[in-house]
Design a binder for this molecule. Structure first.
Ligand code: BGP
Length: 466
């Protein structure tokens, strides 16, 4: 049996839009998702887990189940309903009351400033493709640093790569644009520039606490030893992993990263120019990140693909339906020999180990790492208040063992946040893809600890991976 360090943080992750519900309450301004989800007609973010009202219950559960920390986000449009300008005091008061309850329950808030929920006014105005919105984001971040002095851990963004790709490459998120590599790369860069500016403001004003960014990092392996497949895996990795880690820890894009990005853009008959001045801020910030947050759920095997881009995103849990082939990058293949969730996410704990060791080698100034999301989407069976989610426990055990091995091999991993603390609303999957330690009956909003919650508590108490 493997162990975790005694001071290892065991947390639970949430995000404002997926947990709070109350999308029109408390003076909150709209976000693009509100309208988008109504148009799609499958489900909405109401009532989600009603964290807006139920947070005292969720934080009490954290205390009871030895969950040291809650990862949560501040909904930008609760503070600035239009993204900038007038402050909504009710929203400010709401987060102060959440942080007061955290304190009462000895649960440390680990707060994300932007988790997929740009206010609608700014979203409609180009979101992060529009550099004016970077100014608004930086002002919002500064407002948070000054107002919420209860918070010690800040993350600027949640998952820059999925924001850019889901909005402009796969089209899974609003505004549903597909295969636009120019917009994808521009959005990635502008968000990394925004991150750097927020970090620099945080450090130059000597705010108390720590700041970092949460990246979704999914290892890419070649589907075979052929040079073509090796090249395809390299291209996919360059766009989804290296581009972001270079920006975060070097403050510029290395030549090998830029060669790969240029090749992808050219294959899609486009190009992107960066403003050289951006790298001044980015280089300054590169040594100022206190930590890296890693969201890791799965890994990908990539083979050469020369055709037009074609996709099917499995949003219903019908196993085996996922298709991902991108022109100029490659095809992510199915691996029938490896376990997967019903949503075709390949379960491969070794991938997280490989990723952690690689970061230590390639970006020695990474400082420290928190696993800010990992967990298993599962169609939980609820029987008279009992939820036996053994597959989730097996999943967690595998990933915890990888983390423990990486720590033994010298990677500085300081904590883990399961996605998710309680069942929440899933952006493109709705409510039947559950991740929580606590089952939520979305009609009554009653919480029920799953078998995994008892397992997690024991791991937290003993720091032994049982
Ligand atoms: C990450 C997001 C989370 C969460 C999670 C699970 O990308 O940061 O917000 O949604 O993935 O994804 P899904 O709900 O699509 O299964």
């Amino acid at each position: 049996m493997r162990n975790l360090p005694k001071d290892f943080i065991m947390g639970g992750a949430t995000a404002a839009y997926q947990a709070e519900g109350a999308t029109m309450e408390g003076g909150k301004g709209p976000v693009a998702w509100d309208e988008f989800l109504i148009e799609k007609g499958r489900y909405t973010a109401e009532p989600a887990s009603d964290f807006y009202h139920q947070f005292p219950i969720d934080l009490e559960l954290c205390e009871k189940f030895k969950i040291d920390s809650i990862r949560m986000s501040i909904a930008w449009s609760r503070i600035f309903p239009n993204g900038f300008g007038e402050v909504n005091q009710e929203g400010v008061d709401y987060y102060h009351s959440v942080f007061a309850e955290c304190r009462k329950r000895n649960v440390m808030p680990f707060v994300t400033i932007h988790h997929f929920d740009t206010p609608k006014t700014l979203f409609d105005n180009g979101d992060f493709l529009n550099r004016e919105n970077v100014e608004h984001f930086v002002n919002f971040a500064k407002f948070c640093f000054e107002e919420f002095t209860e918070v010690h851990y800040w993350s600027t963004f949640n998952e820059i790569y999925p924001v850019a790709t889901n909005q402009y490459l796969t089209g899974a998120f609003p505004p549903e644009i597909q295969f636009d590599l120019k917009k994808t790369v521009t959005c990635l860069h502008n968000m990394m520039w925004a991150h750097a500016r927020a970090v620099n403001i945080f450090k130059e004003n000597n705010y108390e606490g720590e700041i970092g960014v949460v990246h979704s990092l999914e290892p890419k392996y070649p589907a075979s030893d052929s040079p073509e497949d090796l090249h395809a895996a390299m291209l996919d990795d360059a766009l989804s992993v290296k581009f972001l880690l270079d920006a975060t820890y070097l403050g510029y894009y290395s030549n090998s990263t830029m060669d790969a990005i240029t090749e992808i853009l050219e294959a899609n008959e486009t190009s992107v120019e960066f403003d050289e001045n951006d790298f001044i801020e980015m280089k300054k910030a590169a040594t100022r990140n206190d930590y890296l947050g890693i969201n890791n759920y799965h890994s990908h095997w990539v083979k050469e693909y020369k055709g037009e881009s074609t996709l099917h995103y499995n949003t219903t849990g019908k196993k085996g339906t996922q298709v991902y082939k991108i022109k100029g990058i490659g095809e992510r293949i199915k691996r029938d020999d490896l376990p997967k969730t019903d949503w075709d996410w390949i379960i491969y704990p070794e991938g997280l180990y490989d990723l952690l060791v690689r970061i230590k080698q390639d970006y020695p100034n990474y400082n420290k790492i928190y696993i800010t999301e990992n967990g298993m989407g599962y169609k939980d069976h609820f029987e008279e208040g009992i939820i036996m989610d053994e597959p989730r426990i097996d999943y967690l055990r595998g990933y915890f063992n990888s983390i423990s091995r990486a720590i033994e091999d010298g990677v500085n991993v300081k904590g883990y946040f399961i996605w998710s603390l309680m069942d929440v609303f899933s952006w493109v999957n709705g409510y039947n893809k559950r991740y929580g330690l606590f089952y939520v009956d979305f009609e009554t909003q009653k919480r029920y600890p799953k078998e995994s919650a008892y397992w997690y508590k024991l791991v937290s108490e003993t720091k032994t991976i049982i």
